[in-house]
Design a protein. Structure first.
Length: 223
């Protein structure tokens, strides 16, 4: 199957693209579209995280769960929204922690592409969702694919910072070799849980301290 994805990822994931579960994902999306259902993000942006952050460039992984399911929000980068769309509550809390941790001014937009371009791989566990139906594609095969992606990063690279916010993300810890990577975990930035350990986690400064200690350029978190 010819998946439109960055060449470095295409080479490493080619076995996944030929597996029956991935064919089922494609069939499921085609079927829903033929039924007139709206799917986010648009097809050209489903693999935006991969195309903006080639595998060779990955130095930080932030793991989300599900794309935003409102109009114009999702663009294939977890927690990020397109320009002109107000930042959702979890992203607002991320910006608050970022400001408190490293002093970065809270931006007037929610587009995290600048992070992705520097090697922050913004991966959702599900890469698509039906409009207004959160988690609607969480059982169609995406988890198998993105688990394979996380394990591939762990196996192929070293000294990557994996940022796991919330219980769901932390369940992916078993896919990561902790002997050669850094894992940072805390509560989820959602308003329901941010005060239970997300605020004050200092993950942005900790990630950069680790990267610098390994001779890797730190992330410029300003947006």
């Amino acid at each position: 199957m010819d998946v439109k994805i960055d060449a470095s990822w295409k080479e490493k994931l080619k076995d996944e693209f030929s597996k029956p579960y991935f064919q089922q994902i494609v069939l499921h999306l085609k079927t829903e579209r033929s039924q007139g259902k709206t799917i986010y993000p648009p097809g050209s942006l489903i693999f935006n995280a991969f195309n903006t952050t080639p595998l060779d460039n990955v130095k930080v992984v932030i793991l989300g769960q599900d794309p935003y399911h409102g109009p114009g929000q999702a663009h294939g980068l977890c927690f990020s929204v397109q320009n002109g769309v107000p930042p959702p509550p979890s992203l607002i809390n991320i910006f608050k922690e970022l400001h408190d941790d490293v002093g970065v001014a809270i931006p007037g937009h929610g587009n995290l592409t600048h992070w992705a371009q520097q090697g922050v791989f913004l991966l959702n566990a599900s890469l698509t969702v039906r409009a207004a139906e959160p988690m609607s594609h969480s059982k169609i095969g995406w988890a198998e694919f993105t688990n394979a992606v996380i394990k591939k990063i762990s196996d192929e690279k070293e000294h990557v910072v994996f940022i796991l916010w919330g219980k769901f993300a932390q369940e992916k810890r078993v896919l990561i070799d902790e002997n050669k990577h850094c894992i940072l975990k805390s509560a989820h930035p959602s308003p329901l849980s941010a005060s239970a350990g997300f605020f004050g986690c200092k993950h942005f400064s900790q990630a950069n301290q680790y990267l610098i200690s390994k001779g890797i350029d730190p992330v410029d978190w300003k947006l």
